[in-house]
Design a protein around this ligand. Structure first.
Ligand code: ADP
Ligand code: G6P
Length: 485
């Protein structure tokens, strides 16, 4: 990794650890789930910077603050918690962020709840984040805001008189203009984004969607495309540089973690429980964007179309609980459970269950053991900013594993040439891709996975952070100990 700024401050909705209440009422620290945390945690560990985010609990609590302080000592970077009231959690986190921006930006406008009362709380909580940043910020700090929950933070920081360079990275897709136009707060969101000095998107498609919206909705803005990155010029504010920076993982760290003794032993246990059987793996947060019901139906179609595969193939679907206070998510949980039991009810035979369903956050060792044991990963989101599970499987899975990947995942922009790409809405096509994965000659499988690894090694998380910070013109400092990627 190249030189980092003197002080790197990551600001995201959630801290990398979250506080959950145990049944006896005492708080417990848990790693937060999702790709954002997986990607950014190694960066901050090396930069020894600061992370500002929500603790996952309601209101301030001294026990929680003490737990976070203890965790700071073991994690190696500072964490400052934002506390959200019950109402803020409902209207900012569950409401504006996850009932409006999340579904809309994933092209699922019919799942949006455009409740007019959400916007004010979104602004108010973004102000709260800005105030906490202002408390911990120094002149040599690079403030890097993450994701859709915090679009308005730069705007709030400007109002607090902070005119530092501020960067923003959007981890989720940016939608096509026809969808973005539906957002009642489209002008506020677009103007909020343009308060940043550098805006990063996952893919070229997201970047272009954004530029089209700027051209259509802000006739006074001018786009200068003469440099390495497009620059949005506006009479009333500083220019905003925009680019796409596909996020990634630390493949060396994943590879090493996947080959410890603990993982070896778990891997052995998994293989023993699927003797001579092809194991297909799905791993997702509980989310309607991940296409889990469609995937289960495609697997059922496979068993129906190729009866010879019955008893010879199994799907293990891991689902990590997420956002269950939103009815769309609670309904999805029911739908998945029902489909799993219907399919298992229809096809199970003595000694063989077609779908193994795991609904919890697995310890990391177990997840890595599943990656190693799976003959193919079935990653079929209806839409996804990137999808790090695809990259993790390619790196940790077997040397002859196959990646089956939705064409609507950001990861497909980089990995489609060496994976079996599918349209997740096409159940027959997805079933056929699973069949192709398990019948593909071994040499071909090995060649593809090795090419995928090559690409992930080259464009790893350190490449991502370097490229973004270079685009931000962040002045590096010798005072930060450097690490190599
Ligand atoms: P998203 O960010 O939408 O959740 P990603 O695929 O980009 O989707 O990231 C998911 C992250 O969550 C991955 O880094 C993966 O390793 C992690 N993860 C997935 N399943 C589990 C699990 N069962 N336990 C712990 N972490 C998990
Ligand atoms: C995705 C989003 C992140 C979010 C994560 C987990 O990765 O891009 O911003 O933190 O999902 O979701 P949660 O709502 O639990 O924070």
């Amino acid at each position: 990794m190249q030189e980092l700024p003197n002080r790197l401050m990551i600001v995201s909705n959630r801290l990398p650890i979250t506080i959950a209440e145990q049944p006896n009422g005492t708080p417990l620290l848990k790693p937060a789930s999702g790709g954002l945390v997986t990607a950014l945690d190694p960066i901050l560990r090396q930069a020894r910077g600061t992370w500002i985010g929500w603790s996952g609990t309601n209101d301030a609590d001294q026990t929680v603050d003490q737990l976070l302080e203890d965790a700071t000592n073991s994690i190696g970077y500072d964490m400052h918690a934002i506390h959200l009231s019950q109402e803020e959690q409902e209207k900012f986190y569950l409401g504006f962020s996850n009932e409006i921006i999340w579904p809309l930006f994933h092209d699922l406008q019919s799942r949006c709840n455009f409740d007019p009362s959400y916007w004010t709380t979104y602004e108010q909580v973004n102000r709260k984040y800005a105030e906490t940043i202002a408390e911990h910020y120094r002149d040599d700090t690079y403030i890097w805001v993450q994701d859709y929950q915090l679009i308005n933070v730069a705007c709030e920081l400007r109002q607090l008189g902070i005119d530092a360079h501020i960067g923003f990275f959007l981890h989720i897709p940016f939608p096509h203009i026809d969808i973005f136009l539906k957002l009642p707060w489209r002008d506020q969101i677009l103007n909020g984004l343009l308060e940043y000095d550098l805006l990063g998107f996952q893919t070229n498609r997201d970047l272009n969607n954004f530029l089209i919206c700027v051209e259509a909705l802000l006739p006074d803005a001018e786009i200068d495309r003469s440099g390495e990155y497009p620059l949005i010029l506006h009479a009333d504010r500083n220019p905003t540089k925009v680019g796409f920076f596909p996020i990634s993982i630390d493949p060396n760290e994943f590879r090493a973690a996947a080959h410890t003794q603990d993982v070896d032993s778990l891997y052995g246990q998994i293989r023993e429980s699927f003797p001579a059987r092809k194991l297909i793996l799905g791993v997702d947060r509980l989310d309607y964007t991940k296409g889990i019901p469609e995937r289960l139906q495609a697997f059922s179609t496979l068993l129906e179309t190729y009866p010879d595969l019955q008893q010879a193939i199994s799907l293990t679907q891991v689902v990590v609980p997420s956002r269950e206070d939103i009815s769309e998510y609670a309904d999805l949980k029911q739908t998945i459970q029902q489909l799993v039991s219907e399919i298992n009810g229809k096809y199970t035979k003595i000694g063989w269950v077609p779908i193994h369903y795991i609904y919890r956050s697995l310890p990391r060792e177990e997840l890595l053991a599943y990656y190693r044991a799976a003959h193919a990963a079935l990653i079929t989101p209806l839409k996804d900013g990137m999808n790090l599970v695809a990259k993790e499987y390619a790196v940790c899975g077997p040397d002859d594993g196959v990646l089956i990947l939705s064409e609507f995942a950001g990861a497909a922009m980089q990995l489609s040439e060496h994976s079996l790409t599918v349209n997740p809405y096409d159940l027959t096509g997805t079933a056929q891709a699973i069949y192709n994965a398990v019948t593909m000659p071994r040499a071909e499988r090995m060649e593809h996975i090795s090419k995928l690894r090559h690409s992930i090694n080259q464009y790893d998380i350190y490449w991502w952070v370097d490229t973004f910070l270079q685009a931000a013109n962040v002045k590096p400092s010798e005072s930060v100990e450097q690490a190599s990627g």
